[in-house]
Design a protein around this ligand. Structure first.
Ligand SMILES: [Fe+2]
Ligand SMILES: [Fe+2]
Length: 298
C-alpha cells in the first residue's frame, strides 16, 4: 500500500535560536541501505512528504547500494540530496564507483567508513547543521570485522573520531556497517551515553530491537534496506536462487518489487544529545514499472 507509515508523529520542530534549542527535541530520520532505482524512486516519492509530516530536521541515509546495487555515482548523490537526505554514509561498497571519489573528498555531506586505511579517499566523520539551522550533528560510519573484509579496529576508530569532534557537538550519529548482530549490539553498549544514535546497516533486514539504551543512546541492530523487498537482499530472487541451487555463476540484477523505505525516527534532546524516543519507520511505495528493465542492471 503506497504511503503506509508505521510510526506515530513525534513532538519536535524548529531548532532555530539558542533558547529554543535548549528545550528542543530534534527529529532525526535514519534510513537504511538505499538500493537501486527502486530505492531512489521510493525516496523521491515518499521522503519529502515524510520530512514535512514528521517535522524531520535531519536525514541520514546509507547509500552504498545505489548505483546498480553497488556503489554511488555523483549523479546519484546529488539526486538523493535533492530528495531531502542531509548526510550520506557508506559501507563496504564505498569505492565500487570510482567517480564518487572527488565528492568524497570535497563534500561535507558524505562520509566513508572511518576504519579504512588512513590513505583512503574521503572524510572519516562530518558535522552538519540541521535543516532548520542552529543545531549541529556529527555523523560517522565504521565497518564491522566479523564476516567482513579486513578493516582496522572499529572500536579504536570510533573512539578517535568522537574525540576529534568539538565537545559542543552534542548530537552524534553512528552507522555501524556490519554483518554480526553480536558485534552490532556490542557497539551499541560501547557507545551508550556517548552518542545519540547507533544504527546498524549492511544486512538489509530490519530488526525488531529498536530501543533507547540506559544512558540515552537510541539503538537498532539493522535499519533494513530502502529498496525492493520482493527480492533477496535487493537482488532478483530468480538470479540468486539459480546461483544457490546450481552452483553456477549468475549475475545478480537489482530487483524492483515491493519497495519500502525502512529506518528509524529518533527524537534527540538538542541540549544533551540524549535520545528520548525511537520508532521504526516502514513506508511502502508503488512498483516503479517504468524503471525496470528485464535482465538488465539499474
Ligand atoms: Fe554493505
Ligand atoms: Fe548494503
Amino acid at each position: 500500500m503506497p504511503g503506509t507509515v508505521y510510526s506515530p508523529v513525534l513532538s519536535g520542530g524548529s531548532c532555530a535560536g539558542w533558547k529554543a534549542k535548549l528545550h528542543m527535541t530534534v527529529n532525526i530520520l535514519c534510513i537504511g541501505d538505499l538500493v537501486g532505482q527502486a530505492g531512489r524512486n521510493l525516496l523521491a516519492g515518499q521522503l519529502p512528504s515524510f520530512i514535512t509530516d514528521h517535522n524531520v530536521d535531519l536525514v541520514v541515509c546509507n547509500a552504498e547500494n545505489v548505483a546498480g546495487g553497488s556503489g554511488l555515482t555523483p549523479a546519484n548523490f546529488e539526486e538523493i540530496l535533492r530528495h531531502g537526505v542531509d548526510v550520506v554514509t557508506l559501507g563496504d561498497h564505498v569505492y565500487r564507483r570510482r567517480e564518487i571519489v572527488p565528492i568524497l573528498e570535497s563534500s561535507a555531506r558524505i562520509v566513508r567508513p572511518a576504519n579504512l586505511s588512513c590513505k583512503a579517499a574521503g572524510k572519516r566523520w562530518t558535522v552538519v547543521e540541521t535543516k532548520s539551522g542552529g543545531c549541529r550533528a556529527g555523523v560517522v560510519c565504521v565497518l564491522g570485522q566479523m564476516f567482513m573484509k579486513p578493516a582496522d579496529s572499529p572500536w579504536a576508530s570510533i573512539d578517535q573520531c568522537l574525540g576529534e569532534m568539538d565537545d559542543d557537538v552534542r548530537i552524534r550519529i553512528v552507522d555501524f556497517h556490519a554483518e554480526a548482530s553480536s558485534e552490532k549490539i556490542a557497539m551499541g553498549w560501547h557507545l551508550n551515553g556517548r552518542v545519540s544514535i547507533v544504527f546498524g546497516t549492511h544486512t538489509h533486514i530490519p530488526t525488531a530491537d529498536a530501543r533507547i539504551l540506559d544512558k540515552g543512546t537510541a539503538y537498532i541492530s539493522d535499519l533494513g534496506m530502502t529498496g525492493p523487498y520482493d527480492s533477496i537482499l535487493g537482488r532478483r530472487k530468480d538470479h540468486v536462487l539459480k546461483a544457490l541451487t546450481t552452483s553456477m555463476r549468475v549475475r545478480f540484477d537489482v530487483a524492483r518489487g515491493d519497495p519500502r523505505m525502512c529506518g528509524i525516527l529518533v527524537g534527540v534532546e538538542a541540549a544533551t544529545g540524549k535520545a528520548v524516543s525511537i520508532e521504526r519507520v516502514e513506508v511502502s511505495g508503488r512498483v516503479q514499472e517504468e524503471a525496470y528493465h528485464e535482465g538488465g542492471g539499474q
